[in-house]
Ligand binder design. Structure first.
Ligand SMILES: NC(=O)c1ccc[n+]([C@@H]2O[C@H](COP(=O)([O-])OP(=O)(O)OC[C@H]3O[C@@H](n4cnc5c(N)ncnc54)[C@H](O)[C@@H]3O)[C@@H](O)[C@H]2O)c1
Length: 402
């Protein structure tokens, strides 16, 4: 599209996160008009359109695409709808900006990429935590060797979710959410970790369902080795009363630590020099990003709009958007098989390509012998054949056997 043209944006799914998209489009109101919104819930749709001011309401995506011909469509629906809706948007020639998790499996993700066209339209995933100024600054420091060599990382998404949260029908089920906190919550922090540290090569993991009556895990832990040789621990939980999102990175010359919950500013990052680093001006440079941009949908949208105008592949699309999804799939595969998993090994023939549980939602390796537990995917929430049985039948090592 021409640089001077205004971008016609639409929103599909007008629930909670759609408000962040609306705020982002407003933040770029000098170049974006929100022309349409789609939802199957008439009341929500009405309220959203009233707030947006300029959006025409639709209850059908294809109808909206034919009539309004948007340039960019934000997909803010439950995860099981993402792949089909993104492909539909791309086939109508519009770019898609899809909420995390991108879709339910690597197979679905590859279907999305196959529907893209060179020069656009492309589909970018919402990973807004990459785009705060502090993360971009740290990435530059790492790339230029300012902090020395990355050695050890901790990546923590320890949140708290109650039963009311899981009362929403699509949550906590493999076939509608694609996984538990690994897929739905920790994916943000893990994506940021990969954005900072680069390619991972191996993961070893555990998953458990310790509290909630869900079909997926409610906690996962993992060890990750990077191509650089750096090693990381990862924890994803919805059981943690003292909620925090954290990334900590030890390099040869410094430790840098981000502590936040759902978003950060520069002040949330702490740089600690190693004892041998005595140059105060150097340390001061680490602590002084050029600007203070909060991580947010609006921050990500800035680059996406530029890519749209240039017809260039945006960040968080194609292989760049797939990398963390492959790590999540590998984490589940490792946890459910009890084996280490290497990057690249989950090909189209692998059961973990088509589904995050790999058909092994019933497996829970590593349980204490004799624990009267319950395999993942067999609780009341999993009843009715929604989750494939199978796996090795080992029982969950949980404090809350049902
Ligand atoms: N990036 C983030 O930080 C972040 C935060 C929260 C949620 N999310 C993600 O955003 C997505 C939506 O989450 P939410 O909390 O807003 O959910 P929500 O339930 O509040 O909203 C989803 C909306 O989609 C609508 N919908 C359902 N089927 C539809 C269809 N066929 N066509 C059009 N609309 C339809 C629902 O009626 C509802 O209004 C999820 O993938 C979630 O993981 C991302």
């Amino acid at each position: 599209m021409a640089a001077k043209d205004r971008v016609r944006a639409a929103v599909v799914g007008t629930g909670g996160i759609a408000r962040s998209h609306l705020a982002a489009f407003r933040a770029h109101g000098d170049q974006v008009d929100v022309v349409a919104a789609v939802d199957v819930d008439a009341a929500r749709l009405r309220e959203f359109c009233a707030d947006a001011g300029t959006a025409t309401p639709y209850d059908d995506l294809e109808h909206m695409l034919r009539e309004r011909r948007p340039d960019l469509v934000a997909i803010c629906t439950p995860p099981s709808l993402h792949a089909d809706q993104v492909v539909t948007v791309l086939r109508h020639g519009a770019w898609a900006w899809c909420e995390k998790p991108p879709c339910l499996s690597l197979a679905e993700y590859d279907r999305i990429v196959a529907a893209e066209r060179a020069g656009g339209p492309y589909a970018a995933i919402v990973f807004q935590h990459r785009f705060g100024s502090a993360a971009e600054h740290l990435r530059t420091l790492l790339r230029t060797g300012e902090l020395g060599r990355p050695l050890v990382a901790h990546c923590q998404t320890t949140w708290y979710r109650d039963d009311a949260y899981y009362a929403v029908p699509w949550r906590g089920r493999w076939e509608t959410e694609g996984g538990g906190p690994t897929m739905g919550h920790g994916i943000h922090q893990m994506d940021l970790m990969l954005h900072l540290l680069g390619d991972w090569v191996e993961v070893r993991a555990m998953v458990g369902r310790l509290v909630h009556d869900v079909a997926t895990e409610d906690v996962s832990t993992a060890l990750v080795r990077f191509a650089s040789g750096a090693m990381a621990t990862v924890v994803n939980s919805v059981l943690s009363a003292d909620q925090v999102s954290r990334i900590r990175l030890d390099c040869t010359d410094a430790t840098v630590e981000l502590t936040h919950l759902y978003g950060y500013r520069n002040e949330d990052w702490v740089y600690t020099p190693a004892p041998h680093v005595t140059d105060e001006r150097r340390v001061s440079r680490w602590r002084s990003p050029a600007e203070d941009v909060a991580s947010s949908h609006a921050a990500q949208l800035r680059g996406l709009l530029a890519a749209l105008r240039e017809g260039a592949r945006p960040a968080c699309s194609g292989p760049d958007g797939r990398r963390v999804l492959e790590l999540v799939a590998a984490l589940y595969k490792s946890a459910l098989t009890g084996l280490p998993v290497r990057a690249g090994e989950i090909g189209a023939e692998d059961p973990f390509y088509a589904a995050m549980h790999g058909g092994m939602a019933g497996a829970q390796p590593g349980a204490r012998p004799g624990t009267p537990g319950e395999p993942l995917g067999t609780g009341a929430a999993a009843a009715g054949g929604r989750v494939p049985a199978g796996g090795n039948g080992a029982s969950i090592d949980g404090a809350h056997g049902e």
